[in-house]
Design a protein around this ligand. Structure first.
Ligand SMILES: [Zn+2]
Length: 296
């Protein structure tokens, strides 16, 4: 139990020597924290802030990412998720007690309880009655959850999660392009052509070119009936786009050529070619951007 304010009294002893010993003990053990001592005869009082603790907070990993300050539950959830994904709280370990978390985050027990409930819903921990809150293995985590995925990307030292994301995105976008090629209308095709022209026109400006690239993919997404595939791509790729490592320079002329080929397949109404070219584009584009790092 951590004590924010300790009021210690030695007045119960009857021997001045004991008073002196106890007072000096308090002074030496709470030295930096003692804010006042009075002593007259048999009476000694020491007051300290953040005094002796039978269960010191330092025994638990510091989870709060920022300096101690009151904050909203949503940032408590993000910090807890981050600590688990980073491995500061490994699978099988227990979450620090509520009191310690309250202390670290500067929030009430209600906020901590709500936050733990949120990370339980994300599959990161399980709350066992009487046994505290245990961290689960990665197999149980909901990796499509925005907070979990964002923490995975942020702590992805080997780029493993970004490699996985590219694989998944290539498959999904392949399915989307296949469907688009099979059902495209003249109006949709015209909009896709406009997106492609925008890419051509902005090839000298990487930022504008990247924005036009996003418009091209979104337009293909509007041409499919598979809303689930589009939704998953947006959820997964939205996270990858926020990662700084995804923004490295790539060969824009090669990228443009890949889009020309995807467009030609969709225009020709060739589902097989559309799927294959879109797949290849996503995988090759990631290979061009991918910083050198050993694969798993
Ligand atoms: Zn693209």
């Amino acid at each position: 139990m951590t004590c924010r304010f300790l009021f210690w009294s030695a007045s119960l002893t009857t021997h001045p020597e004991w008073d002196r010993l106890i007072t000096s003990y308090v002074l030496s053990n709470c030295k930096r924290k003692v804010i006042g001592v009075t002593s007259n005869g048999r009476y000694a009082v020491a007051m300290s802030i953040e005094a002796v603790s039978a269960e010191p907070s330092s025994a638990y990993p510091t989870i709060a990412a920022r300096a101690k300050a009151p904050r909203l539950g949503v940032t408590v959830v993000a910090d807890l998720v981050d600590a688990i994904v980073r491995g500061d709280l490994p699978p099988g370990s227990s979450l620090p007690p509520e009191a310690v978390l309250c202390e670290q985050f500067g929030v009430s027990r209600t906020v901590i309880r709500e936050s733990v409930k949120r990370i339980e819903e994300k599959g990161l921990v399980t709350v066992a009655q009487g046994r505290g809150t245990q961290v689960l293995t990665a197999e149980s985590w909901n990796m499509v959850d925005a907070t979990v995925l964002s923490a995975l990307v942020a702590n992805d030292a080997t780029l493993g999660i970004l490699d996985d994301l590219s694989d998944v995105r290539a498959s999904l976008e392949g399915v989307i392009a296949r469907d688009a090629a099979g059902r495209r209308t003249p109006e949709e095709l015209e909009r896709l052509r406009e997106a492609l022209v925008l890419m051509r026109d902005t090839i000298e400006d990487e930022k504008k070119f990247s924005a036009a690239d996003v418009v091209f993919h979104a337009t293909v997404g509007e041409m499919t009936a598979n809303r689930l595939a589009v939704n998953l791509v947006n959820t997964l790729f939205g996270q990858a786009r926020e990662s700084a490592r995804f923004h490295l320079h790539s060969q824009l002329d090669v990228t443009l050529d890949e889009h020309e080929q995807v467009f030609a397949a969709i225009e020709a109404g060739d589902p097989d070619a559309a799927e294959q070219r879109m797949r290849a584009h996503i995988l090759d584009a990631w290979e061009r951007r991918r910083p050198p790092s050993p694969r798993r």
